[in-house]
Design a protein around this ligand. Structure first.
Ligand SMILES: [Mn+2]
Length: 447
């Protein structure tokens, strides 16, 4: 278990308070997914499940029923895969029903086989059920049968929850403001990610392949104890950098290319997310430098706006304004600034939003709107700021020297009462710093 028992118990107590005694919430860890024939992708449990239980095994089902007293078994029930020495020999250890209680603090632990029998009992008398539908059709069908069965009971008090709600509404709002522990893990994920990017810039020289930089980055993630990249590492050289989510990473890096690396690690479940763009040969051309500086100016301005006075949309709109002006100045767009913004003409070269919440998911699904308005940035929330400009190689309307260049610069920013704190600040981004760093050499040493 990677969260301590107290942290988890405190999170559940907050959840119970918001759920109220009449509600029941069901969360599921999810199932492994096939990668090829009989081998699966490495499993990672659903973030909400991990956040509230710390339980990482596949297929687990957690049921939270705040209204159940200790005599009734208590509010937290965990259904898990049974102990099985033969299967554990092949696929790893299992906590089992006993471990669910002893190691994970469940009030009751059951084998998954008992779910059909026990779940109706847990739902009895609940007025409201929080369950995410549409993720697993077999589970949805089971639940529909169960609810229909509860409704059919004649001559007995009503036993069915009559309101269905999505658990994400409650939990994702809880996850927006990070605790000190969470900030420490995000900070560590940011530091490791920054070290990896810095190493990649040092190591880069024309003639290498994109995958060599990916390998170095992911080596540093693993070496520093990160469990995995928090998303597929993007290393795009030249025109590949204009593809937002380019993950093939197979091409050689040419002299004169800008290399865009978007990579971050997951440390104790929490994500880092950094993008840097740099000249493969260590020296920006004047056109590359103009484009880079325009994005950097917008990024630094956006970071400065990560305070409780602003919404994420305020930050986005200010960034769009700054980048659109730069696009006019560089001959990419023509027209008045207001008109180009109004008609979204800037989307030709800047087609994504300026950032996203980050936490236990790299795109932390915390609320972006509250009461119909873009959500303000509360102190304790962490978000990325990541403006970019992408000029397709075949865009004949763009100045020739700008074609086939992609620039994105991304940092992870914690909003605090004292102002924005850049968690990824160890990763250089000023033009002079980048030019000094790229190609300066990185020697891989094994400890
Ligand atoms: Mn990002």
């Amino acid at each position: 278990m990677r969260f301590d028992a107290q942290t988890l118990a405190a999170r559940r107590a907050r959840l119970y308070e918001q759920l109220g005694d009449g509600a029941v919430m069901i969360l599921r860890a999810g199932a492994p997914k096939m990668r090829s024939h009989d081998t699966d992708y490495r499993f990672r449990a659903h973030s909400d499940m991990v956040y509230l239980t710390g339980f990482e095994e596949p297929d687990a089902v957690a049921v939270f029923a705040p209204g159940r007293s200790a005599e009734q078994g208590g509010p937290f029930t965990l259904f898990v895969r049974p102990r099985d020495p033969k299967k554990e020999q092949w696929d790893g250890r299992r906590a089992g029903a006993e471990g669910a209680v002893d190691l994970y603090g469940a009030d009751r632990g059951y084998d998954l086989a008992q779910l059909d029998e026990e779940l109706p009992k847990l739902l009895e008398g609940a007025s409201e059920l929080h369950i995410e539908l549409g993720r697993d059709s077999a589970f949805d069908a089971k639940l529909h049968c169960l609810l229909a069965g509860l409704r059919r009971r004649r001559g007995k008090p009503p036993a069915n929850p009559s309101v269905l709600r999505d658990p994400r509404d409650l939990i994702q709002a809880m996850r927006l403001v990070k605790s000190d522990d969470e900030i420490a893990w995000l900070r560590r994920a940011s530091e490791i990610s920054a070290e990896a990017h810095t190493a990649a810039m040092r190591a880069c020289r024309p003639g290498m392949h994109e995958y060599e930089l990916q390998a170095l980055i992911e080596y540093i993630f693993a070496r520093r104890g990160a469990t995995a990249p928090s998303y597929n590492t993007i290393v795009g050289a030249g025109a590949n950098a204009t593809i937002l989510h380019y993950i093939e990473n197979r091409d050689p890096i040419a002299d004169g290319d800008i290399v865009l690396i978007d990579a971050g690690c997951e440390f104790n479940f929490y994500a880092g997310d950094i993008t840097r763009s740099f000249p493969a040969n260590g020296k920006f051309t004047p056109a590359q430098r103009d484009l880079y500086q325009a994005v950097l100016d917008a990024e630094i301005m956006g970071i400065g706006m990560c305070t409780a006075d602003n919404s994420w949309l305020d930050v986005h709109e200010a960034t769009v304004r700054s980048l659109t002006q730069a696009m006019v100045d560089m001959g990419l767009l023509s027209g008045t600034l207001d008109e180009l913004i109004e008609t979204k003409a800037y989307e030709k070269y800047y087609m994504h939003k300026t950032g996203h919440w980050i936490g236990i998911d790299v795109h932390d699904p915390n609320p972006y709107y509250a009461g119909g308005h873009a959500a303000k940035i509360p102190n304790g929330a962490v978000q990325t700021i990541e403006p970019g400009l992408y000029i397709p190689a075949d865009d004949e309307s763009a100045p020739a020297e700008l074609r086939g260049i992609g620039i994105r610069i991304e940092d992870d920013v914690l909003a605090t009462a004292a102002g924005p704190e850049v968690l990824t600040k160890a990763c250089p981004k000023a033009v002079s710093e980048i030019e000094a760093l790229v190609g300066s050499g990185y020697t891989l040493t094994l400890p």
